[in-house]
Each structure stands twice: as structure tokens, then as C-alpha cells.
Design a protein around this ligand. Structure first.
Ligand SMILES: C[S@@+](CC[C@H](N)C(=O)[O-])C[C@H]1O[C@@H](n2cnc3c(N)ncnc32)[C@H](O)[C@@H]1O
Length: 347
């Protein structure tokens, strides 16, 4: 995820209030949210529903009262989901108490998270707290950032004799909600993030930009997926289950796997997205892309950007990692090159 201060800095430097910022690989919507909070119009597209729900809830959160009521309703009907909760694979029984499982099954069945503000906000608060430290989430001990492999997790909990924490979902979520809403809801300029594939959604995006009464984007500000990173969906399998997906992960059947793993398909995807985005931008637009410094991703992204924007002047800035990366936590001692910012300015 982009650090918020970095996103604010780029947006303040390259745009004016009232301008439009486009992010075709929006993730959790950091760039779009930063645009909206700084008086710009942010427009984003995200393929993974988990990122999309977070982004949507940041841009259009329901009121605290409405979300509390919705969570209370789920709590009331949760006992009806006794059977569904009992039939879940072993992983769920060791990860969550029966009480939490019933609540989650109710949320999975009832929340219309893609259409109703109260439901995407309730879903976002559930997704954030679904797993993490044992005493700070709804789950048995897990990492917060990504879902563990179910077999590994079950073995680990067994070895460490760890049982799921006895949390009361409604009380736990109420506390989290109160903390989130403590400063009230932020004032945001009209902005939007769409769920889907940029390759398909970008061609019609000018209608949406017009319907927001916004000018053509002055800044394309994004961070594309890295080549070889196939896990945008796999890492979030448990959260994707809560959004209606399968109860166990499958590494091989990920719909989008081939597009990031195969270098040619990766290039094709990047080229299509940047080409289609180029058709929407203002003539004096700036392109700001943060990506991986490793050779394949870096070379491919740079070549594609220079091909799609031949009239712009490219500068770049290395962004070496200052802190250990996630793979280092698992014993990976290889040096990490970090990230790079590719910036294309009007010549
Ligand atoms: C590096 S992440 C972006 C993170 C983002 N800058 C943030 O702050 O959260 C890249 C994102 O692109 C999304 N993505 C990959 N291919 C896509 C496509 N064709 N259309 C839309 N989103 C896509 C992935 O799901 C992933 O969330």
C-alpha cells in the first residue's frame, strides 16, 4: 500500500484542487482517497474485491449509527447459521469460536457489500478485523496482512495449543467502530472507485468522469502489480471467502494467475491498461508510477510507459527499502532492491 504521506505529496505536487487523479490499479484506494481528501476528484479501478471494499468504505462510509444497527441485525440472526458454521472445514473451527463462525456466516450471506453503503462499511470493518493477533482480532493467532495456508495454520495452532479467542463479535466490532469514527467522517470531494478489470472498464470511464462533473485526469498515479507476484488473490483467501468465495484457497485456479506470472502476458496487460488510460488523460498530464526495481518488472514497465507516452520526458527515482520486507520475516536473506518511481512529465 502507498504510504498516505507519499500519496498526499505526489498529489499536491502535480495537481491543483479541482483536478482529477486516475489510479487504474487502485488497491485499497490510497491514491483515490488522498485525491478526494485534498479537494481533487479521485477515480480508481480495482480487480480484487477486498481492496475495493476498503477503498469504497473509505470514500463513502455509512454513518456510525447505521453500521451499528446493521451489525446488531447480523448478531440477531447469527443463530440461524448454526448449521453452515458447523459444516465449515477444520481450519475455521480452530480459527474462530462457534459464536464468531455463526456471525461471519450471517455476514457472508446477508451483507450486500457491492451495492449498499451500510453493507460495504460493515464488511470493511469485518475484513480488517477478521484475522490478526489473537487478542486483537476475531481469529486465533494469525498475521493481519495476509491469510496463512490453512494446513500450516492448523498445525501451528495444534503445536502451540492455541484455541480461538472467546470474543463477542458485536462488542468487539462496536469498539473498533467507535475508534474508527472518533474523528467523524472526513470531508471528501466526489470520487469513485470501480470494481473490475481496468482493461475492460477504462474505455467507458469518460462517462463516469463526466457524471462526476470532473475534468480529464491531470495525473495518472498508480502502482501496478509486479511481474511474478501471483498472490494478490491467494494472500487474501480468507477475506475473499467472507465476500462469498470458496472456503479454502487454491493457488492454481486463481483467475488472474497467468497475467502476472508470464512475462509476455504481463507486458500485454500493462500495455493495454496504460494505452486505454492514455486515451482519457489531459494533454498536459503527468504519469507517476511506483513499481518494483527488480529487472523484469522494472524493464517491462519502463518500456511500456515509454511506448505509450513517447512525447513525455521520463525521470526516475530509486526508493530502496528502509525496513525489512515481509519475506525476510520468513528467513529470506537475499538483498532486496526496493522500489522505483517512474515519472513522465510533459516535454
Ligand atoms: C501494487 S497493488 C496497488 C496498491 C495501491 N497503490 C494501494 O495503495 O493500496 C496493485 C493492485 O492492482 C490490482 N490489479 C491488478 N491487475 C488489475 C487490473 N487489470 N485491473 C484493475 N486492478 C488490477 C491488484 O489486485 C492489486 O490490488
Amino acid at each position: 500500500m502507498f504510504p498516505t504521506t507519499f500519496a498526499d505529496g505526489v498529489i499536491e505536487k502535480y495537481t491543483q484542487p479541482g483536478d482529477t487523479v486516475l489510479d487504474p490499479f487502485a488497491g485499497r484506494g490510497t491514491a483515490v482517497f488522498s485525491a478526494a481528501i485534498n479537494g481533487r476528484c479521485g477515480i480508481g479501478i480495482e480487480l480484487n474485491p477486498v481492496g475495493w471494499v476498503y477503498a469504497r468504505a473509505k470514500l463513502r462510509p455509512a454513518t456510525l449509527k447505521a453500521v451499528e444497527q446493521r451489525l446488531s441485525e447480523l448478531s440477531r440472526i447469527a443463530p440461524n447459521f448454526r448449521r453452515a458454521a458447523a459444516e465449515l472445514p477444520e481450519f475455521y473451527h480452530r480459527c474462530f469460536t462457534a459464536n464468531v463462525r455463526r456471525f461471519l456466516c450471517a455476514a457472508r450471506s446477508e451483507l450486500d457489500w457491492s451495492r449498499r453503503a451500510v453493507d460495504w462499511t460493515a464488511m470493511a470493518i469485518l475484513l480488517i478485523n477478521l484475522h490478526g493477533k489473537r487478542d486483537a482480532s476475531l481469529s486465533n493467532q494469525m498475521r493481519q496482512t495476509k491469510s496463512m495456508s490453512p494446513d500450516y495454520a492448523v498445525r501451528w495452532w495444534r503445536e502451540h495449543k492455541l484455541l480461538p479467542p472467546d470474543v463477542e463479535p458485536i462488542q468487539f466490532l462496536r469498539k473498533r467502530l467507535n475508534w474508527r469514527y472518533a474523528k467523524g467522517r472526513p470531508k471528501l470531494s466526489p470520487s469513485q472507485v470501480y470494481l473490475g478489470d481496468s482493461v475492460h472498464l477504462l474505455p467507458d470511464l469518460h462517462h463516469s468522469i463526466r457524471s462526476l462533473d470532473a475534468p480529464p485526469p491531470r495525473l495518472l498515479f498508480t502502482s501496478p502489480p509486479y511481474c511474478g507476484v501471483t498472490n494478490y488473490h491467494y494472500d487474501q483467501w480468507l477475506r475473499l471467502w467472507l465476500l462469498g468465495g470458496k472456503p479454502l484457497p487454491s493457488r492454481l485456479n486463481g483467475r488472474h494467475r497467468g497475467r502476472f506470472a508470464d512475462q509476455e502476458k504481463y507486458r500485454e496487460m500493462l500495455e493495454q491498461v496504460f494505452c486505454k488510460a492514455a486515451g482519457l488523460l489531459s494533454a498536459d498530464s503527468v504519469i507517476y508510477v511506483r513499481t518494483d526495481m527488480r529487472k523484469t518488472t522494472y524493464d517491462t514497465t519502463k518500456e511500456v510507459l515509454q511506448k505509450v507516452f513517447p512525447d513525455k520526458k521520463l525521470t526516475q527515482r530509486a526508493r530502496p527499502f528502509r525496513r525489512p520486507t515481509q519475506t525476510r520475516l520468513f528467513g529470506d536473506k537475499l538483498p532486496k532492491e526496493g522500489e522505483v518511481d517512474l515519472i513522465l512529465l510533459p516535454a
